[in-house]
Design a binder for this molecule. Structure first.
Ligand code: MN
Ligand code: MG
Length: 648
């Protein structure tokens, strides 16, 4: 401390500092104290503690706070001063979380495994994510009530007008400056959640809580935080980065929040992206993806499920009794690398974190292997490219069920609801055993790996009848053109066309005529404007008209423009669900108890009688017959596949 004072006194004698005292521009002097403070972020952990994928029932080096914790240890050791924060989405989102919510429960005195793991790490503060509300307010309180660190949230308001949690906090900390002197600083922390929680968890929050716009809440509370003496303010913003004009009520408001005076650091999240970096943010004005800034302020987004640790290194200087951020750097540090498409872990697991959840992990393993429901029909994908199929229909049915529920209080509730889904495991490069194959009987959570392999989220788009027809035309590009006048075998499937782009749309009926040229090429460009493969497209028994309006349930990949589908270019989205598609499917199964996904031939191929159209599938297809079309085994095909003829 004394070294600093002497320098200060010397500085005062120069007269320059006197000018600063008189209110002229402030200067930081060479001898003024400099504190290097490292602030760390975890975000969107979603009850991912172990490096384990419960859906596949297999180890996974890309997830888990046990791994991130090792990064925390290293990051702390590298820094003189550090603080650790969490940005929310803690208690829901993995089968370990569902095990606690649906099976083990949160009785008095129980500690939630996510919290137990975090309690080993000495967090300074956390905030709420939208998923904290998924199981209701009582569960939220029971789960997070055992945290050994405080939580703040400024924009959830209870019925009595007060905030659900403290909106902000001042953390008194002592830091060591570069000269070895100690300083007491007040670190202000404020938290925010997407205001959309009142729609997403309406059933839990109606009459209990409302939300306020993130920027409005910041404008209300940050001045108080400064008045209370905060030297530096860290915003725990469980909200992502998006451009565009501010309209109020933004789900992803971090960029607008950066404009609020008094906030020094912004921890972002919710989108499950990585920042700095992240091509998603490359062209947004005000965002610097290289430096990791939002309107010039340091910001990070630490991926999801523990994939990254967010690091903001601040250099604080004190001039005229005010601490300021002089310089900074930002980083998102991963727990693994991808080398030649292989996952290479960069860190080992932290033993104390593993120990904190071992019992619940074992419980969750039992849970994912147990039946959560039953299917009364086989769910397989052996004929998913040539016939209507239960492995696609269960996804379509679950999406429609989920979307119908979430749209029931919106202007879209009376529009006809369709649902688009595609085969994911359909042989191809995956080999002759790369198919979904679930026998009638119990369905376990680990079967989800067989039903829905991508971590997509649910979306709904609003499209016209014409767009539905073109969407299906784009899908129908999976078929080679069949020559009706040719004898001999003709291969039906275009192997270059990814199966996941063969969308089936449930809710309408149609036929596909492969004797026509494909209207679209593999990239979604119209190449044969006069060709039409989709025939007899009907809804409720009546032809679909071009100007009819539909809602189509789909996933974030398709709705955002993945595959370049007509009607799905990112502009038609009317609903962005917070949940993974496979969580929606799982809840659908749990709620229905018994499912019977209907492969009823709602679409079928129209193949001329004289044509020998062939396709290949796995050897285990022999046990099944497809819906709405005939198949007949012709013999072996290369690489272990079996060749079939398909006919009407
Ligand atoms: Mn999340
Ligand atoms: Mg979230």
């Amino acid at each position: 401390m004394s070294g600093t004072l002497i320098t200060r006194r010397r500085a005062l004698q120069t007269g320059v500092a006197a000018a600063a005292v008189a209110g002229l521009p402030k200067f930081a002097f060479a001898g003024d104290p400099v504190i290097k403070l490292r602030v760390l972020e975890t975000t969107d952990l979603h009850v991912n503690v172990m490096p384990y994928d419960y859906y596949r029932d297999a180890a996974d080096d890309t997830v888990g706070l046990a791994r991130t914790a090792t990064l925390v240890k290293t990051a702390r050791a590298e820094a003189k001063n550090s603080m650790l924060f969490d940005n929310g989405d803690l208690i829901q989102g993995s089968p370990l979380g569902d095990f606690v919510a649906y099976r083990r429960g949160m009785k008095n005195g129980d500690v939630h495994p996510m919290v137990a793991a975090m309690n080993t790490l000495n967090y300074d503060c956390g905030t709420l994510g939208n998923h904290e509300f998924n199981y209701g307010l009582e569960y939220l309180q029971n789960s997070l009530g055992t945290a050994k660190f405080p939580l703040v949230c400024a924009n959830v308001i209870k019925a009595d007008g007060s905030t659900l949690l403290k909106p902000w906090l001042i953390l008194d900390r002592e830091f060591v400056d570069e000269a070895g002197a100690k300083h007491k600083l007040k670190i202000g922390v404020i938290g925010f959640v997407p205001p959309q929680i009142v729609q997403w968890d309406k059933a839990h929050l109606d009459n209990k809580a409302t939300t306020v716009d993130i920027v409005d809440a910041a404008n209300k509370h940050v001045p108080d935080l400064k008045k209370a003496g905060a030297d530096i303010v860290v915003a725990l913003c469980h909200s992502g980065i998006a451009g565009g004009e501010r309209k109020g009520g933004e789900e992803n408001a971090a960029l607008h929040l950066a404009k609020v005076e008094g906030i020094d650091v912004i921890f972002t999240g919710h989108q499950h992206f990585v920042f700095p970096g992240g091509k998603e943010f490359a062209n947004i004005p005000g965002v610097d993806v290289e430096k990791g800034t939002l309107h010039g302020k340091p910001a990070v987004m630490a991926g999801f499920w523990g994939s990254h640790l967010g690091i903001v290194d601040l250099e604080l200087t004190k001039a005229s009794d005010t601490w300021k951020v002089a310089t900074f750097r930002t980083e998102a540090r991963p727990i693994y690398d991808r080398v030649d498409r292989k996952i290479v872990p960069k860190v080992e697991s932290e033993a104390a974190v593993i120990a904190a959840v071992q019992g619940d992990h074992d419980g969750a393993l039992k849970y994912v292997r147990e039946a959560v429901g039953t299917t009364s029909v086989p769910i397989h994908s052996y004929f998913s490219l040539v016939a209507d199929d239960a492995s696609v229909k269960i996804v379509a049915e679950a999406q429609a069920w989920y979307v119908a529920d979430l749209l029931k209080n919106t202007p879209y509730k009376d529009l006809p609801l369709l649902s688009a889904a595609a085969p994911f495991k359909a042989g191809g490069r995956g080999g002759p055993n790369y198919f979904t194959d679930i026998k009638p009987g119990p369905l376990a959570i680990k079967d989800m790996a067989d039903i829905y392999i991508y971590p997509n989220t649910v979306r709904a788009v609003k499209v016209t009848g014409a767009q539905v027809r073109e969407w299906l035309e784009r899908s129908a590009g999976v078929f080679n053109q069949i020559d009706a006048s040719k004898s001999g075998e003709q291969d039906l499937i275009n192997q270059k066309f990814p199966a996941y782009n063969f969308d089936v749309i449930a809710g309408v009926q149609y036929k596909i005529d492969p004797t026509q040229a494909s209207r679209y090429d593999d990239n979604g460009k119209v190449i044969a404007p006069d060709a039409h493969r989709i025939k007899d497209l009907t809804y409720n028994g009546k032809p679909v008209t071009d100007d009819q309006v539909f809602i189509v349930a789909t996933n974030n990949y398709r709705a955002g423009g993945g595959g370049n589908f007509p009607g799905a270019d990112g502009k038609t989205i009317v609903f962005e669900a917070p949940d993974l598609t496979r969580d929606a499917i799982m809840r659908f199964i749990i709620e229905r108890k018994t499912v019977a996904p209907k492969a009823d031939g709602s679409w079928s191929l129209a193949i001329p009688a004289n044509v020998t159209a062939t396709f290949t599938t796995g050897p285990n297809a022999a046990a099944y017959q497809p819906a709405g079309i005939k198949v007949e085994k012709l013999g072996d095909a290369p690489e272990g596949f079996i060749k079939y003829r398909v006919s009407n």
